[in-house]
Design a protein around this ligand. Structure first.
Ligand code: ATP
Ligand code: MG
Length: 422
């Protein structure tokens, strides 16, 4: 996730005041009167992401921008900030006093030493309208000084190789010439809490990440086939939840052994409905669990028609068993889009690992694509669902993957100690 190397080799990267990071706010600038609440949440999440960074840090807000600095390397600040959902862009910057000479000297120093033939443009924004020069006057002033000192550069206002952004506040001015994309979205937590049905595949972790980007804090529930499968899927779910927790205030992972209940569904005659009946049991159990975790919705990685269990009729049959709304952020996504996104958020390399997935246990050779509710209900009536669900919840194991992720540096993905489950 580290940024691409700068095209420039600024001689004065730390400037008289030092380096900092500019974080441009995402959608919260649309939030009108509530903006204050969203910004507070964003900053709480940023502070959490900075925990354990190894030195003191500070956060300052200007209009639609957060400035981040501290007694730690700029690279470390960038790495942490780029994981915080709610910033459109993350820019390494230098801060100087809001004084034309200081600003110009830093700008000239920054562009000195760049390669021959590079084109540049200066773009000034004044948040302090008291500053004696207008934005375009500052642009022209700095541009002329840069050319005088570094005559092999060219000005290109339309398509510059390098854009030097100058943002003037009342006391301090920030100069930046590199813009890394942020994760955008809404600050995690401002939309409430959800419970994600997390399998070991590509889809559900991406769905969780999308839910977080719409402001939901996520807890996770994973069903494994114990005692009839090995714990490999639990190891994956743990590693996935830990990776996902790097983007949010850490959520908990609940692991539930579904094997015996799956067998009861088979004995009750689920047949070709086995997979959908299992999914119904999962959402029923997750709905009950949600009352304990405080979740107001469930999240799954379903994408319409991707596999036989995800036809519209089958999704409707699953919804019928859920006591909470089931959110499906990936409903219209292509598989390749999901895999690409999984790569970019760091879950793909975990999802690709082999596991013994509980859904394959007792799966019929041909899954019904048109599950009929009366048949499903008839199967379910042959067992005591309330008792089964109580048993499943009673045996649930709770973990908080990566709570040590005050240090969210990537460690070996699946080698972290996971409690022994079976
Ligand atoms: P994924 O890649 O997320 O595993 P999938 O393409 O394999 O999805 P299904 O196996 O049909 O699709 O699962 C659909 C959704 O049901 C998953 O995205 C997940 O939200 C939920 N789900 C499936 N299996 C489990 C499980 N073992 N534990 C928790 N949730 C599950
Ligand atoms: Mg799956």
């Amino acid at each position: 996730m580290s940024g691409k190397p700068s095209m420039l080799a600024p001689r004065n990267a730390y400037g008289p005041h030092g380096s900092c990071v500019l974080l441009k706010h995402g959608e919260i600038f649309l939030k009108g009167r509530n903006r204050h609440r969203f910004t507070e949440r964003l900053h709480d999440n940023l502070r959490l992401a900075l925990r354990g960074i190894g030195g003191s840090t500070w956060i300052k807000t200007a209009q639609n921008v957060t400035v981040l600095g501290g007694q730690v390397p700029q690279e470390a600040l960038l790495e942490r900030a780029r994981r915080v959902i709610g910033f459109n862009s993350v820019e390494p910057a230098v801060r100087v006093p809001s004084d034309l000479d200081a600003i110009t000297a830093t700008a000239v120093d920054a562009l000195d030493g760049t390669r021959h033939g590079i084109s540049f443009a200066v773009r000034t924004k004044r948040r302090d309208k008291q500053f004696p020069l207008t934005s375009s006057q500052v642009d022209a002033h700095i541009g002329a000084r840069v050319l005088a000192r570094v005559p092999w550069l060219r000005v290109d206002l339309a398509r510059p190789d390098v854009t030097l952004a100058v943002e003037i506040d009342r006391r301090e001015t920030y100069l930046s010439w590199e813009r890394l994309p942020g994760l955008s979205g809404l600050p995690v937590g401002c939309s409430g809490r959800a419970l994600v049905l997390l399998s070991g595949g590509y889809d559900s972790p991406v769905a969780a990440h999308r839910a977080m980007r719409r402001g939901l804090v996520c807890d996770f529930v994973h069903f494994n086939g114990a005692p009839y499968t090995d714990p490999s899927s639990v190891y994956k779910a743990y590693a996935l939840a830990r990776e996902l927790n790097r983007y949010q205030p850490p959520g908990s992972l609940h692991v539930i052994a579904l094997g015996k209940a799956q067998k009861r569904l088979a004995v009750a005659g689920a047949g070709r409905l086995q997979v959908v009946a299992q999914r119904r049991l999962m959402v029923r159990t997750a709905s009950a669990l949600a009352t304990r975790t405080g979740a107001e919705a469930l999240v799954t990685g379903d994408s319409l028609g991707q596999v036989a269990s995800q036809t519209l009729a089958n999704l409707v049959a699953v919804d019928d068993a859920a006591a909470l709304p089931v959110l499906r952020p990936l409903i219209g996504w292509e598989k390749q889009e999901i895999i690409d996104e999984a790569r970019s958020i760091g879950t793909a390399e975990i999802s690709v690992l082999p596991d013994e997935d509980c859904c394959r246990l007792l799966a019929p050779p041909r899954v019904s694509t048109r599950a009929e509710l009366p048949q499903l209900r008839a199967v379910e009536r042959r067992m005591d669902l309330a008792e089964v669900i109580e048993g499943l919840l009673g045996g649930a194991q709770v973990m908080r993957p990566g709570d040590d992720a005050a240090l969210p540096d990537r460690t070996a993905q699946c080698s972290a100690p996971v409690p022994v489950l079976i």
